[in-house]
Design a protein around this ligand. Structure first.
Ligand code: ADE
Ligand code: ZN
Length: 326
């Protein structure tokens, strides 16, 4: 029997968490009041009642409007610090956090507020013994031109951003749409990763584009490769990391943590890890995700340890830094 204490105590790296997805109902209400923003709900229960969805699109329809409450540098700082405190309590030692600047800039919030707030939280995380970094995402339902504009606008913050990701609505928004901004990002020395959401239309085709043309270093979700043995071999050959998020799978796919797929891939040697995605919206942080998997599937302690090891092996750390954790 694998205990919660064992899971919490296991040093973990989190590679797939959206900072805006860590906005708990309580903080959302508090910031709405502070910034005088009418979000349509007045109690925590009312906000919680809006946290219901049955697919990615219906989730995003709650997620983006919720960001309206984030207005100032302090708001972004407080959001990130409250995530980091949660992560600390669940055994996170290293984290690479996604954020969505376009969703803020289109609302008139300056990129500077987003960057300063989130980056200060990364600096202050060191005192908590967490090594925290930022991955700036392009929204794939916006244009490639908009992604390039963001990349250019982010030049003054180059040293504060570890990598570039791609998220939001995948339907009709294939990786190839972002070939130019991703190749520019690589030229600027960024690490790159991309979402390949679970059970999307054309999932395998999108993953092929991400791996063979864009040359991503990780795949976020990406568990659909389990359908294609050659692709599993290719992912293994590349030592590519897959960042899987069980509670997210359950909440926005078909009530399925996708534990069979995760454990099959793990057995095949794929460097797959467990992560929380949008923990405030999907009912749990990283250890809650491990716990959900362990409760619903037959998982050995060795498998749990391997999942945590994979999270460090596929982190954007130097080999020397990895040795410290592994
Ligand atoms: N943005 C935040 N969470 C996301 C998810 N699970 N998939 C795609 N885009 C996202
Ligand atoms: Zn995600």
């Amino acid at each position: 029997k694998i205990s919660r204490e064992f899971i919490d105590g296991l040093p973990k790296s989190e590679l797939h968490v959206h900072l805006e997805g860590t906005l708990e109902p309580e903080l959302k209400l508090k910031l709405a009041q502070k910034n005088n923003i009418n979000i349509g709900q007045e109690t925590i229960e009312d906000v919680e009642a809006t946290y219901h969805y049955d697919d990615l699109a219906s989730f995003l329809a709650v997620y983006y409007p919720g960001m309206d409450v984030l207005q100032t540098t302090d708001d972004f700082y407080e959001l990130a610090m409250s995530y980091l405190n949660k992560a600390k309590s669940q055994g996170v030692r290293h984290v690479e956090m996604f954020f969505d600047p376009q969703a803020h800039v289109v609302r008139g919030v300056p990129l500077n507020c987003v960057m300063e707030g989130f980056y200060q939280a990364c600096v202050d995380a060191r005192a908590m013994n967490i090594d925290a970094h930022l991955i700036m995402c392009f929204l794939r339902d916006m244009s490639a031109r908009s992604a390039i504009d963001l990349l250019n606008a982010a030049k003054p913050y180059r040293s504060k951003i570890l990598g570039i990701g791609l998220d939001s609505d995948e339907h009709h928004n294939p990786p190839l749409k972002f070939m130019l901004p991703f190749s520019m990002a690589v030229e600027q020395g960024y690490h790159i990763t991309m979402h390949a959401d679970v059970d999307q239309v054309d999932s395998i085709d999108h993953i092929k584009q991400a791996l063979e043309i864009i040359n991503v270093e990780r795949l976020d979700h990406g568990t659909n490769i389990v359908e294609d043995k050659d692709m599993v071999d290719w992912v293994n050959h590349l030592h590519l990391g897959l960042t899987s998020c069980p509670l997210s799978n359950k909440l926005i796919t078909d009530n399925d943590l996708k534990g069979d797929e995760i454990l099959d891939l793990l057995d095949e040697g794929v460097k797959i890890s467990i992560n929380s995605d949008d923990p405030a919206y999907f009912g749990g942080y990283i250890a809650d995700n491990y716990e959900a998997l362990v409760k619903e599937y037959k998982v050995t302690p060795e498998q749990v340890v391997q999942l945590a090891k994979n999270s460090f092996e596929t982190a954007w750390l130097s080999e020397k830094q990895k040795e410290m954790y592994l």
